[in-house]
Ligand binder design. Sequence first.
Ligand SMILES: [Zn+2]
Length: 287
Amino acid sequence: MKIKNFIIVSLLIIILPLSLFGQEQKQLSDRGQVRERNPEDINDWRGKTVMVFAPHPDDDLSPAGTMAKLVENGNKVFIVVYTSGNKGSRDLEMTSERLAQIRKQEDIAANKILGIPEENIIWLGYDDGMLEYVPEKELCEKVCYLIRKYRPDAVFCHDAGTDWMQWHKTDHRMSAFITLDGARAAAYHLYFPHHRIYEDLQPFTVMDYFFWGSHEPNYNVDITDVIELKFEAACQHVSQFGKGNFKYTGPVMDTEDKENIRKRYMRKEPDGKMYERFRRLQGSRSF
Ligand SMILES: [Zn+2]
């Protein structure tokens, strides 16, 4: 009897991990063919940490499909929002204070749909449209601090361009440049040394950047499977898209505006898929 039990338990020990391994491999199967996990392929990432730096509370929609996929695959996503978005309304009865509150709730709701919890959103709270007038050293230190604290495997932000200066509206421009400046500072202990001395935050080098809104995309993420999530997330931004920007009636978006967003988001490429495109920059000496 004891021997029988021993054999059963032994078999279970051998078979269970094998079946779990099989399931994992299956997740990575492509058209029925099992393939190896590729560390370069963002679709294969598991257990990584990613940070998104967004100038406004709806700019995190740009990589939203990619974030939904990353979360689905067990990665951690943190969103840093530079401004409160408190100027982005044409509703003459809207106030800056109210708009900031509305937009915060919209972004929390949108990220919840993508699987990103409220506690993973970091609000820097600067005034909309004024990011370029904040002392750059202050912004640089904030980014540097967050990078050292969360130590992301990848950073997502607006593209500041390569050797040319790309047009952005003010906050987009500033967030693109300052995110890179802050991330660079994070790698060297002599920048803002008090982070290490008082909080034991060690230097950290970001090795992988994904820039959205780029004129030179070189990396596509297939978001076809998660497009519904991205669409629903976009529909949370009632104060921004459609009639709500002129006369806020939220928090639920009306059907007509929703349909317009659907048309915008559901555009398929000739291959029948939908993508988010980035300029990807890898390596410690990447900028
Ligand atoms: Zn924006």
